[in-house]
Design a protein around this ligand. Structure first.
Ligand code: MTE
Length: 334
């Protein structure tokens, strides 16, 4: 029998979540189960090359969303790297509201009701209120954006998201001069989200950006992937994508946006402050206390080829974003 050896730099299952979450859910994570079947895909997956194949829209997607997607600005793969196949992007997920296992969201997120969907906007801005998803999307032209996506757990993908720049939405909402941060909150509904019934993280899931970060044109409000609307497991119908930060900043299924003067208390920074910082910039020079961040496994990999590669500062987007952090000690503000 073949037994896979763990290299010294490779995270254990127990290292992939905060200690608290791991302790509370260890029966779910059973004996390094996180590195089980779901983590490895057959070499056939490598057949997908740029630009990438589009995926069929789900029949139930709202008409206005389908029309917006059809009318989007199209682009090819801007990273020039092999795009991760849709079957990996949509089955290897972190969405703890639907369980801790990577396969849980694809299996359980079908219970998420995406219509009607609205987002409450409040705080330091001139245009607070309740916006339907259609209100939010109406003035924006959607576009394809192929981004590298790096998880704090040291795996990565290249994903063809689609959406529009958060900066354009922020301008519409007219933040006041007091707005220093923008906070995003995921739906809190234990009936629809079984993972919320059992504790684990403190719900709802909250993430935030400093305003200058949020205004960077790379930050995407994503409504789709692979030329179709987001599957629920990927954070439908509206999620954030911040490509130079670890994946946990990219909050899913957003129902609440708030402009604040002080730094919001964000879920992972509260859960494990010594492990998950507010900034969460991808930084190979600053290791997670329990594993290295110097390298990442690019999915899909196989048991014979885990596909390790070096992690790039700011996930390869330094040219666009490093100036946001000029003068900051990034080991302290990690
Ligand atoms: N958002 C919510 N609401 N709940 C989560 O558990 N997980 C985060 C982020 N956004 C998470 C979330 C983490 S850790 C990652 S790596 C990405 O979503 C995963 O996004 P994906 O499943 O679309 O790849």
């Amino acid at each position: 029998m073949l037994i896979r050896q763990r290299s010294s730099s490779e995270p254990l299952g127990s290292e992939l979540t905060s200690e608290t979450v791991y302790q509370q859910r260890r029966d779910l994570l059973k004996a390094a189960g996180l590195f089980g079947a779901a983590a490895f895909f057959s070499p056939r997956s490598y057949a997908v090359t740029p630009p990438y194949e589009l995926v069929k829209e789900r029949a139930s997607a709202p008409k206005f969303l389908r029309e917006k997607i059809m009318a989007r600005r199209r682009s090819v793969n801007s990273t020039g790297e092999v795009v991760t196949p849709f079957d990996v992007v949509s089955t290897y997920n972190n969405f703890y509201e639907f369980g801790l296992d990577k396969a849980d969201p694809a299996e359980l997120a079908g219970s998420l009701r995406m219509e009607p969907w609205s987002v409450r906007v409040e705080g330091e801005c001139a245009k607070p209120g309740n916006y339907t998803l259609e209100d939010i999307l109406r003035p924006h032209v959607l576009e394809d954006r192929v981004y590298r996506f790096r998880c704090v757990e040291a795996w990565s993908m290249v994903v063809p998201w689609l959406g529009f720049s958060l900066a354009d939405l922020i301008r519409r909402l007219e933040p006041s001069s007091k707005a220093k941060y923008i906070e995003f909150t995921t739906l809190n509904d234990p009936v629809q989200m079984p993972g919320q019934r059992h504790g684990g993280l403190s719900w709802p899931y909250v993430e935030a950006l400093r305003m200058d970060e949020a205004m960077n044109p790379l930050v995407l409000m994503a409504t789709g992937v692979y030329g179709r609307s987001l599957p629920p497991q990927n954070g439908a119908p509206l999620r954030l994508i911040v490509p130079w930060k670890y994946g946990f900043k990219s909050v899913k299924s957003i129902v609440h946006i708030r402009f604040t003067e002080s730094q919001p208390r964000t879920t992972w920074a509260m859960t494990g402050p010594s492990e998950y910082g507010f900034f969460a910039n991808v930084n190979p020079a600053v290791d997670h206390p329990r594993w290295t961040q110097r390298r990442e496994r690019r999915l899909p990999g196989t048991i014979f080829n885990p596909n390790w590669r070096d992690t790039l500062p700011f996930n390869g987007y330094a040219h666009e974003v490093a100036s946001l952090y000029r003068g900051m000690d990034l080991a302290r503000y990690f």
